[in-house]
Ligand binder design. Structure first.
Ligand SMILES: [Zn+2]
Length: 376
């Protein structure tokens, strides 16, 4: 149960008998949310061989431009696809000041949704790294077979830009991963990291295969300890995520330091999550008593809600604003467009299962279409 970034001792904050993975799958394995009382890092312990899981079972939800993608609602209320937002932010913060001839390395690239955008934008010196063996073919089509490294870390050259999108939260040993990136960084190379933020998306703390739940203060400490100089960190530009930009200025590495302030701040953030789960559990009897329940949102929040519903609960339907999900099956029912809501739901109840920032406005929009609406 030691901390993945400082090996410090942990305190178990909560445990779940059934766990939800980042692919929104329920697995019958116990998981625990743990706070490192030395450095303030929040992490999950799960009774599952994560290395084997990522190599063989995990399938990156986000693919290239033609495939499935998540939608996110930005702070100004507009709805965008995750890859457009991630790549757009990367371009604004780094690529607009980078020559197309720069050597770019992506750590944990999945099927290559970011690499394919880079290629389309004229970047030609691209190297792909991941642990998932199933990504070889799609990656080879984007960067060339000799630039694909699955389950191994190339050390034969240096790179100008090192990037990683939603990978380090899965990494069982993020310090080793970041020190590796430092070892292949050219002088003045840029490091660009994106990881989930539980400060802006509280249910990330329920995500059982996220070994690490980074906070901005912990991430800055970890990246600095691995030899990079942090230029900026923000939790606004990429919804539900922390974006960090750092530079290799030749500093050495050191251990992650203890901090009482970080531990204290982590306790406050974790309490927000524990309160959310408590509200969900209090709702369960009411939900179970309702004859006809619909869910709004076909992603992680819905799966988490489903873990508290009695197993014989019949879902009448599921709505999601993402057109790429319409017609797919989730929690045993078909995902439909919210446009279908007006027709037939007046005797039914709706549970809104989306980020709590946007849940109240969705509840307001459909208030007259249902007998009852719950927001967790
Ligand atoms: Zn720690």
């Amino acid at each position: 149960m030691s901390c993945p970034v400082c090996s410090g001792k942990g305190e178990v904050l909560t445990s779940q008998a059934r766990s939800v993975t980042s692919e929104s799958k329920v697995i019958e394995r116990r998981s625990e949310l743990v706070l490192c009382t030395s450095c303030g890092h929040l992490h999950t312990e799960i009774d599952l061989d994560l290395a084997a899981y990522y190599a063989d079972d995990y399938d990156a939800v986000l693919t290239d431009d033609d495939g499935h993608d998540e939608i996110v609602t930005t702070t100004d209320g507009s709805v965008v696809f995750r890859t457009d937002l991630d790549y757009g932010t990367f371009r604004k913060k780094v690529l607009e000041r980078t020559e197309p001839s720069a050597a770019v390395f992506e750590y944990g690239c999945g099927r290559g949704r970011i690499l394919s955008r880079l290629r389309k934008d004229g970047f030609s010196d691209l190297t792909a790294h991941d642990v998932g063996r199933r990504y070889r073919e799609p990656l080879a089509r984007i960067v060339g077979a000799d630039r694909v490294h699955l389950g191994e870390r190339p050390t034969d050259r240096k790179y100008d830009v090192l990037c990683s999108f939603f990978a380090f939260e899965h990494d069982p040993d993020p310090i080793s991963g970041l020190r590796y990136l430092r070892s292949i960084a050219a002088p003045s190379a840029i490091l660009y990291l994106v990881v989930p933020s539980h400060a802006t998306n509280v249910v990330d703390l329920a995500c059982a295969d996220h070994r690490s739940h980074f906070a901005a203060d912990v991430l800055v400490e970890v990246v600095t300890a691995c030899g990079f100089s942090v230029l900026e960190v923000d939790e606004e530009s990429s919804v539900g995520a922390i974006v960090l930009v750092a530079r290799n200025l030749g500093a050495g590495t050191r251990p992650v330091r203890k901090s009482r302030e970080r531990v204290k701040a982590a306790r406050v953030r974790a309490q927000t999550f524990l309160d959310y789960v408590a509200r969900l559990e209090r709702l369960a009897p009411e939900l179970a008593a309702s004859r006809e329940i619909y869910l709004y949102g076909a992603a992680f929040y819905a799966t988490l809600a489903a873990t508290v519903l009695p197993s014989d609960t019949h879902l009448a339907g599921l709505f999601d604003a993402n057109p790429k999900k319409h017609g797919t099956t989730k929690l045993g029912t078909t995902v439909r467009s919210p446009d279908a809501i007006e027709q037939s739901c007046r005797e039914a109840a709706l549970l809104v299962c989306v980020n709590e920032r946007i849940a109240p406005s969705i509840a307001d929009r459909y208030r007259s279409s249902f007998r009852q609406i719950w927001v967790v």
